[in-house]
Design a protein around this ligand. Structure first.
Ligand SMILES: [Zn+2]
Length: 390
């Protein structure tokens, strides 16, 4: 059988850096083994940089790729969401082209799997090509209790279409402030043993909305002419108002978390303690730092997540709220804002942690025998990347 023998300054195996080793990969991309340089024999290919398993993007909206550059920076979340839902004048052809280009961009940037938010069927033709792994998150939203049945049925219909693909799919809520209690009741039974994701505490107003029923989100519903009189503030933070509803899921990926507080992490720890009845729910904190910069000019409390030993993963969000779909661009921003975090740790977030969150760790995320994670060469100095093995 034919093998490639790959060597670089460093090899990151999904967990840690390994020195003086050679990665043996079969011609079809299966990891054979990591062996000491002295045992590798002839035919070793030498590279400058870090050899790394393919990168995992845990939060994207591929279907919004045609919106690149359309929404100005620093609008704040409320005006951002309003603009996304009102800018709808693109041809299907334009949208499909943008989806294909965006996927190619991610493929070339070393991304091998994507947690992708889906509100329509337009990404299906691209996903049928199976160039990248996907976990399709069928997004349910609807703040008016009266639309919950119709919105839920729409999600079920979409789930049927996405289930024809070879990758996993689940129904998920968009955000705490956009799913009525009625809608939650419809979708909750579908969380069982799935990975579920939600936009969490992306704006400071999200907590304000649940604590006191005030703030910018009430302005959003006024702008959208959506009746908000049914809203009953819980007197608790957004996360603490909905987190119990995820109890049946296998994994939960909380996205953004820009305004999450220690008391919210304490709440998750309490509810998911191994002795509690929700002990099996694993929670992942997904950082989308460039989108936070783009929309809110804010940074999530990354050091707080590290101190609490949270399982961190990375996402790009969409081209409506980011300049690129590139996990290494996310890492650059994290390094700039949090220079003390070792690169080795951030690469874990981008590889094995992401693979676990998307339930793809039997195939992806590390250089372990029998996996087919892809191999990316990363330039340690400018964090550019090159795909070596697909
Ligand atoms: Zn998003």
């Amino acid at each position: 059988m034919d093998y490639r023998k790959l060597k670089a300054h460093k090899i990151f195996d999904g967990y840690k850096f390994i020195a003086d080793s050679v990665l043996i990969v079969s011609k079809n991309g299966l990891i054979e083994e990591l062996i000491p340089v002295e045992n590798a024999g002839d035919g070793v290919e030498n590279f400058n940089g870090i050899l790394c398993p393919g990168l995992i993007n845990c939060h994207c909206h591929l279907e919004l790729s045609h919106m690149k550059g359309l929404i100005p920076e620093n609008t704040g979340l409320v005006d951002f969401v309003f603009k996304v839902v009102t800018k709808r004048h693109h041809s299907e052809e334009e949208i499909l082209h943008a989806i294909e280009d965006a996927e190619s961009e991610m493929l070339n940037n070393g991304i091998v799997a994507i947690g992708d938010i889906c509100n329509n069927e337009l990404t299906i033709p691209q996903k049928q090509k199976e160039r990248i792994w996907y976990y399709n998150f069928i997004e349910a939203s609807g703040w008016l209790p009266s639309v919950s049945k119709m919105r839920f049925q729409r999600s079920i219909n979409l789930l049927k279409e996405f289930s024809k693909l070879s990758t996993s799919s689940s129904i998920v809520p968009h955000a705490a402030y956009s799913a009525s209690q009625n809608l939650w009741s419809e979708i909750q039974p579908h969380f069982e043993n799935r990975t579920v994701t939600i936009h969490n505490q992306e704006t400071a107003f999200e907590d304000e909305f649940f604590l006191r029923g005030k703030g910018d989100l009430t302005r959003m519903y006024e702008m959208m002419k959506i009746d908000n009189t049914h809203h009953q503030p819980t007197g608790r933070s957004s996360l603490q108002s909905y987190f119990d509803k995820l109890e049946k899921a296998k994994n939960s990926i909380l996205v953004h978390n820009t305004f999450m507080k220690q008391e919210d992490i304490d709440y998750i720890k309490l509810k998911t303690h191994p002795d509690s009845y929700r002990g099996k729910l694993k929670t992942f904190i997904c950082l989308c730092v460039n989108a936070n910069k783009y929309i809110e000019s804010a940074m999530p409390p990354v050091e707080m997540f590290r101190q609490n030993k949270c399982s961190i993963v990375l996402g790009t969000d969409s081209l409506a709220s980011n300049w690129s779909l590139n996990i290494l661009d996310e890492i650059k921003t994290i390094r700039k804002n949090f220079p003390l975090i070792p690169l080795e740790e951030i690469l874990q977030w981008a590889t094995i942690n992401g693979a676990k969150a998307l339930e793809l760790d039997s195939q992806l995320g590390s250089f372990e025998k029998g996996k087919k994670p892809g191999v990316v060469l990363i330039n340690e100095h400018n964090l550019s990347s090159k795909r070596l093995v697909y």
